[in-house]
Design a protein around this ligand. Structure first.
Ligand SMILES: CC(C)(COP(=O)(O)OP(=O)(O)OC[C@H]1O[C@@H](n2cnc3c(N)ncnc32)[C@H](O)[C@@H]1OP(=O)(O)O)[C@@H](O)C(=O)NCCC(=O)NCCS
Length: 323
């Protein structure tokens, strides 16, 4: 259900999504499912024979997929030149050639060069190794200063749906970056049918606590005040003030967000990463993401513990982001 609007949007459009780990069984099974449902055209990077043999052995039909082996790709030199140009003196041709032998860099450059609509990776690469090529080659979209990520936390029956971030990319965002993060999370929330009410979280509510970490959040909210945004927001708020109506009313009386927030902006990655995992494990929520925000093309990261379903869902989200 969560992905139904996106599925409707992408079905039959033949959007190409690069999968950097073509021979990973979870990736390959997801690719066959996406093909069977005409949702995307997977571009599988890897040794073609290994991919085909595995698909045959498992009985997965991947006949509609594109497959590219970096080792034998005939326009490899052209890609090296493009990367050298993009890196503007930061990396030599030799360094670029070495990096492009890795499927994460190769796949990302394919997206940058318009050979595919988006990329999903990270079934075996770490988050840093999936995201770094995107930061270096695809860069931020016009109007964005930083790349961040959002997560959707939802119950199986979708009776509750929330968005939070950044739990995965920006380690210690500045107040400017936090303000931008709040705006991007609101957009991500809308992609999932959530009308955003954004809470900028802290250990303080409206001046109850002091310190540099609180000041950063207060400054971020002031920046949003200057941005003329089209969503409700409030901060700084403790989580209980953001989420529990009675506490919100008590600690931030009159606020449209306090007690009713559904989008949570964490002040830095540690609280974000710990917080979402507690909700996921203690609260038995599903977590979809991280969904990258602010990039100039849709590129998304999987957890190395991902399932076939995670790969399938992330490909749908990535294709929808590309439209
Ligand atoms: C994303 C991440 C990998 C970038 O780290 P890095 O590669 O060491 O970063 P660098 O500072 O060397 O920057 C690399 C490039 O990305 C750019 N960059 C880094 N962070 C960026 C951001 N948030 N937005 C936009 N650009 C960014 C830099 O400007 C630099 O560009 P350049 O090479 O053209 O000059 C790092 O922020 C990170 O490790 N984040 C946490 C990942 C993680 O472990 N998550 C938890 C598990 S989900």
């Amino acid at each position: 259900m969560l992905l139904d609007p996106m599925i409707k949007e992408i079905k039959g459009k033949k959007l190409k999504i690069v999968l950097t780990e073509g021979h990973d069984p979870r990736v390959l099974e997801a690719a066959s499912k996406l093909l069977a449902e005409d949702l995307v055209v997977p571009v599988l990077i890897g040794d073609v024979k290994v991919i085909e043999d595995l698909a045959k052995e498992k009985g997965w039909d991947i006949s509609g997929a594109e497959m590219i082996d970096v080792a034998t790709y005939d326009k490899f030199d052209e890609m090296v030149s493009t990367m050298v140009e993009l890196r503007k003196g930061k990396q030599t041709a030799e360094e670029c050639a070495k990096l492009l032998k890795q499927t994460n860099y190769f796949g990302t450059l394919m997206v940058k060069m318009g050979m595919a609509n988006g990329l999903v990776g990270g079934a075996t690469y770490s988050t840093a190794d999936t995201v770094r090529p995107a930061l270096q080659l695809v860069k931020t979209k016009p109007g964005s200063k930083s790349v961040s990520s959002g997560l959707v936390l939802y119950k199986d029956d979708e009776s509750e749906k929330y968005v939070c971030g950044d739990c995965a990319i920006a380690i210690d965002p500045t107040s400017d970056e936090l303000a931008e993060l709040g705006c991007e999370l609101a957009k991500t929330a809308r992609m999932f049918g959530i009308d955003p009410r954004v809470a900028f979280l802290s250990y303080s509510t409206k001046g109850s606590g002091k310190g540099d970490a609180v000041t950063k959040v207060v400054e971020a909210v002031k920046k949003v005040d200057e941005m003329n945004v089209d969503f409700e927001y409030d901060g700084e708020l403790q989580f209980d003030a953001a989420f529990v109506p009675e506490v919100g009313q008590l600690k931030s009386p009159g606020s449209k967000v306090a007690g009713h927030a559904n989008v949570f902006v964490f002040p830095e990655i540690q609280s974000g990463n710990i917080g979402y995992k507690m909700v996921q494990r203690l609260g038995k929520f599903n977590a979809l993401g991280p969904i990258l925000q602010g990039l100039n093309a849709p590129i998304n990261d999987l957890s190395r513990g991902c399932s076939t379903r995670d790969v399938y869902e992330m490909c749908i989200v990535t294709a929808a982001q590309s439209i």
